[in-house]
Design a protein around this ligand. Sequence first.
Ligand code: KIV
Ligand code: ZN
Length: 388
Amino acid sequence: MDNNKIVVFDTTLRDGEQSPGCSMNTEEKIKVAKQLEKLGVDVIEAGFAAASPGDFDAVSRIAEQVEKSSICSLSRAVENDIKQAALAVQKAKMHRIHTFIATSPIHMKYKLKMSEEEVIKRAIHAVEYAKTFVDDVEFSLEDAGRSEISFMKEVMDAVISAGATTINLPDTVGYRLPTELGAMVKELTDFANNRAIISVHNHNDLGLATANTLSAVANGARQIEVTINGLGERAGNSALEESVMAIKTRGDAFGGVYTDINTKEIYATSRLVATITGVEPQQNKAIVGKNAFAHESGIHQDGVLKHQETYEIMKPEDVGVIKDSTLILGKHSGRAAFRDKITTLGFDSVSNEELNSAFEKFKILADKKKEVTDDDIRMLITDESLNQ
Ligand code: KIV
Ligand code: ZN
């Protein structure tokens, strides 16, 4: 594999859904998964199949409908979870099982009540069992951020020999500082010696998730686990849009690494997730917040008018933000304005049939609302393309 390529593993539909108030129904999850595919995500963690019949259904339906991204289900290191995960992802063109067990002293003692030997045995069995269903098995050392490096090496050796292809090192409680996390990743990447891809999964409890993800990339991690708008347990996960745009904008600082994300789809994906979950990114959120490309002070406005790069290190268009979307749609708007709007919003492959049907629904909505927003239009078009 190309050693400069960073695999983007999106867990909006699993860890992101664990954000309070962010649960999504199956239809909504399918919409998000299709958009993540369009965004160019390499692996979509579509859920935790064994968690509930609803989760199982969502993962299997996504597996049937997404072709270009690999579909993954999380599972504890227990046979039934792994079997459910395998059944749920089996129809996907590309699929992965992600299994995990905690390796930190505090988790092993109080949560698992297991010795180190028992944890290793369970981890090996989980990977071997997952391998009977799929080739691509990811193993996570939960709470790696607070685990002992020598024990992590033992676990890694064992699960790589059992067939794990990706080793994920989650900073489950967002405890590590970027320098520490980078040092841990470097030591474990050297230890893995190309036998598996090293991945990171950083939580944001100290607001360091993205800094930690980038430090990990600089030190050899080649998969990043991220979510749209930084959703996730407690303070959330490392945000896809931040890590991806940092790598794109400052790839030079990381020795030329890159992702295959189509960054022009970032804003549409952020809006879809915000509209579906009802959780808006904060206004000053990097990349996708309302103010991310707004300039208030006269000096800044003057500078940007003279040359965009005086105060902008990225172009809003590069992440799909349409700066001059001034066309307001309402019940008096016609089909031409509607078509113009959806093209401006970046939907360039909408058929006439989809357009006509969406336009009819738009008219019904416009009768009920004073102003139909860009988010409303995005939702209408996304619905149409899924119904075809
Ligand atoms: O934060 C965490 O440790 C996780 C794992 C299950 C990957 O979400
Ligand atoms: Zn997590």
